[in-house]
Design a protein around this ligand. Structure first.
Ligand code: CP
Length: 301
């Protein structure tokens, strides 16, 4: 049976650590031909810069070929073709499907239809597991460990699929969490229950300053305009947090700032030149981690 990556919980702790080890090897040596002769589809029903381009680069660097689309309006979806039929067709052409879609659960559904492995490249506000693996890789690279860290997640914790996936993955490594969000964008109850069931500590605050000096990782996120049904609700919370370099004077020396990107206004550009900024290197790490994910799911590493 095919192994897909739909939720980060599809991977065991050992599998996660294996992916991080393989990614380290790909960072040292970016080119491989292990997937020569394979064809991989990147089908994106929602906009993306980093995820699509790093997956496509990963496919090319592994020696495979990539097909797909970045705008479903140019496909037969615009004529009314269902997701089911689209996946059935594409899976007949390729060895793997990498899919982003705005509907929560769409990737799991696709994996049940597809005859080849499916990688969830983001399904609505639900999960973004390849982002989580590159986040874990970035945490490991900067902190030298995953165990026993304090992670402060900031911003849109309600719709932020990257925070939901990261919370579940980090729960394997004895973390402590801080959730910094306005009332309207608090971490959903189901994720807090997930932590309670596992005895993992978390604190909640609306103040960005409150826990800055205790965290090892400050995980900033964008308020996601595209997830709001009411534009007035978005107006109320957009720009709620803005991190400036001047706010970082009391933080831990090795505290690193991560952000899945794109950013809007939540990290001022004056933070980019501080030793705490890691978000552009984090995005680069996506290439190595995605090479590792693809080769693992196809049985090559
Ligand atoms: N981090 C992330 O998913 O970025 P893109 O939306 O640009 O792919």
């Amino acid at each position: 049976m095919n192994k897909s990556l739909i939720s980060i919980q599809d991977f065991s702790k050992d599998e996660i650590l294996h992916i991080l080890e393989v990614a380290k090897e790909f960072e040292k040596n970016r080119t491989s031909r292990i997937l020569e002769g394979k064809v991989i589809a990147c089908i994106f029903f929602e906009p993306s810069t980093r995820t699509r381009l790093s997956f496509e680069t990963a496919v090319n660097r592994l020696g495979a070929k990539v097909i797909g689309f970045s705008d479903a309006s140019n496909t037969s979806v615009s004529k009314g073709e269902t997701l089911k039929d689209t996946i059935k067709m594409v899976s007949n052409y390729v060895d793997m499907i990498i899919m982003r879609h705005p509907l929560e659960g769409s990737s799991r559904y696709a994996s049940e239809i597809s005859s080849v492995p499916v990688v969830n490249a983001g399904d609505g506000a639900n999960q973004h597991p390849s982002q989580t693996l590159l986040d874990l890789y970035s945490i490991m690279q900067t902190q030298g460990r995953l165990d026993g860290l304090t992670i402060d997640m900031v911003g849109d914790l309600k719709y932020g699929r990257t925070t939901h996936s990261l919370l579940q993955a980090m729960s394997l490594f004895n973390p402590e969490f801080v959730f910094t969000a306005p009332e309207e964008l608090k971490m959903p109850g189901e994720y807090k229950d997930f932590l309670k069931d596992r005895g993992i500590k978390y604190s909640e605050t609306t103040s960005l300053e409150e826990y800055l000096d205790v965290c090892d990782i400050l995980y900033m996120t964008r308020v996601q305009q595209e997830r709001f049904t009411d534009p007035m609700e978005y107006e109320k919370v957009k720009g709620v947090y803005r991190l400036h370099a001047s706010m970082l004077s009391g933080v831990k020396e090795n505290m690193k700032i991560l952000h899945p990107l794109p950013r809007v206004s939540e990290i001022d550009q004056d933070v980019d030149d501080t030793p705490h900024a890691y978000y552009f290197k984090q995005a680069e790490n996506g290439l190595y981690v995605r090479m590792a994910i693809i080769s693992y799911l196809l049985g090559y590493r």
